[in-house]
Design a protein around this ligand. Structure first.
Ligand SMILES: [Zn+2]
Ligand SMILES: [Zn+2]
Length: 304
């Protein structure tokens, strides 16, 4: 099948899956009352899902993997070339998931690596889109290790979009705010129940439920936490136990050097930048409601 057709089909499936998950979250919510436009929605959608993904896709494929492909001769290594395509997909799903399990576990144990992962845990309201929030460095490391072997070991070109589709579908599923019971399949396939606990602010889960697609690894390595009930509903029951910036660039700056967001507001340039988006939103909503535009600037940051 031509690559354009594969891309068209995988994109159509992804759009359908998003629609299913959004409806599912409304019909059978894990936490009741969570709105679609929850806190951090726009940061996750605009910065992480659209802009960051687009830029990093170019960086990873064109500037890291492509030079590796052309600089070295990989023909002796291309042992997956003659396998059926579904075996190739399963092989890369399984091996990458094992890698992700181990690296994810290391990120929780190592204070420096934690800085590349804490952003992923910073949402207090977790839904299908919250999984997109990942530090730039975390994506560069994980996606290079994910896609470089697929291309270098001679897999069918369709494996890349199929694997990317499965990543997106699983990512949305395990973060989705849905109540779902997979029965005994929960020992193999990861579930929102297990991964939502991973996003909860309880000491018991600081080093548990690391799996992405196959919960099997958590059961195998003894790191599963499944108490049979949901975490509490209060903001302090979710996300990080310390303050974390709400802005995309500040979230990355915070991973390099700790700072107090509020203390930086004494600098005029920072204050201007910090309140740019709330001021813009306020201005737009005033224009929309046809009220008198005002020069007054806000000094509060909206929830989102
Ligand atoms: Zn984690
Ligand atoms: Zn997650």
């Amino acid at each position: 099948m031509p690559q354009e057709d594969v891309l068209r089909i995988t994109t159509a499936i992804l759009i359908g899956w998003i629609a299913i998950i959004v409806i599912w979250e409304r019909v059978a919510p894990y936490r009741k009352g969570l709105s679609l436009f929850r806190e951090g929605f726009w940061v996750d959608l605009v910065w992480y899902t659209l802009i960051q993904s687009y830029v990093l896709k170019i960086l990873i494929f064109d500037y890291i993997i492509a030079p590796l492909q052309t600089r070295f001769d990989w023909s002796d290594w291309q042992f997956v070339r003659d396998w059926p395509i579904w075996v190739q997909v399963l092989f890369f799903l399984f091996t990458h998931d094992l890698y992700i399990y181990l690296f994810h576990r290391w990120q929780h144990a190592n204070p420096w690596l934690w800085r590349t992962h804490e952003a992923h845990h910073s949402n207090k309201e977790v839904d299908f889109l919250a999984g997109s929030r990942s530090h730039v460095l975390e994506i560069i490391i994980n996606q290079t290790i994910e896609f470089a072997p697929i291309l270098l070991l001679g897999a069918d070109p369709a494996v890349v979009p199929i694997k990317a589709l499965l990543d997106a579908m699983f990512g949305m599923f395990i973060h989705a705010n849905i109540r779902v019971n997979l029965g005994p399949l929960k020992y193999i396939i990861n579930t929102p129940n297990l991964h939502l606990w991973h996003h909860a602010n309880y000491r018991e889960v600081f080093h548990a439920n690391f799996s992405t697609k196959f919960s099997f690894f958590d059961y195998l390595f003894g790191t599963v936490y499944d108490p049979g009930h949901a975490p509490g509903d209060k903001p302090e029951n979710w996300g990080l136990y310390y303050d974390f910036p709400k802005d995309y660039f500040l979230q990355h700056a915070f991973s390099v050097r700790r700072f107090d967001e509020r203390a930086l507001l004494r600098y005029r340039w920072f204050s201007r930048y910090y309140y740019l988006r709330p001021n813009l939103l306020r201005w737009l909503s005033r224009r929309k409601s046809n009220s008198q535009p005002s020069q007054e600037r806000v000094d509060t940051y909206p929830a989102d």
